[in-house]
Ligand binder design. Sequence first.
Ligand SMILES: [Fe+2]
Length: 286
Amino acid sequence: MSAPSSPGVPRATAGGLTPFGDPSVSALMVEPAGRPPWLDELADLVVTGRLVIPRTTLTAAAPGDFTGWARSALAEAPPAVARPLLDDMAGIVGRVRQGAGGGPVLVRVFTEAPTRRCGFHVDTVPPNSPTVGAVRVYNGPTTEYVTSGDVLGMAEFYAYLSRRERLSRQAAGVCRPDAYTNADARTKAGGGGGADRDTGTDSAGAAALRELLAMDENPSFLRPGARVHRVPDDTTVYFRHIDVTRHWSPHPVHDTWIHRSPMRGGPRLVLNVSPTRAVAASPGRR
Ligand SMILES: [Fe+2]
């Protein structure tokens, strides 16, 4: 159901965040002029486990806060990768900070394989914060998204999100940590995620998992014939977050960007950046 493309989303190779002056723009995709060779070596380091960054969340209140952490985190990486990677990540952090008027930003970075735990969602910021943040996936499967015009409405989306979050909790409560990943293999093999000693699930958890898989395959908040798109490789997406006080409200669809992580694949290096007025991590973020 997904395809690599960026319809409905403006693209650029450089510049600021001025496209967000148009309230109908929910995301901006920025791609490099060419693919720098260090990205291949970086991908190899991440996939083979020679570069591991545990899930990290930090509030960068000053320009040097992030680079100080990154130098330490990348100290063991080859300089030919560490230097351009640090520059690239710091550039994204700086761009979000600039768009937020120089205020603090929340940075989340990790190397992990994707799972099914989180489906389509929107990212939030604390009350009255600037709303344009960014996500960059440096290797492996990229973020999936839908265009505003393909969404029936936020009431339909939030109903879907609420139901999926409930199912995800039910499935997680009875599944082994790898059950979300194994569910795909079982479904393809005709196993259907049944309850048994092989899967580690009980019947309630298996039923929740089956419904969750069906919801991922056919999101009910989309118009008939709508497509799920995938962010092009090597692309940074700057996108609107929703003020947490408006989360779950029937706001216009283009006020935020509906997206999800891929459901399978190997370890990826992912950077998320969002504005924050608060010192602590904002609620409701994934
Ligand atoms: Fe997200």
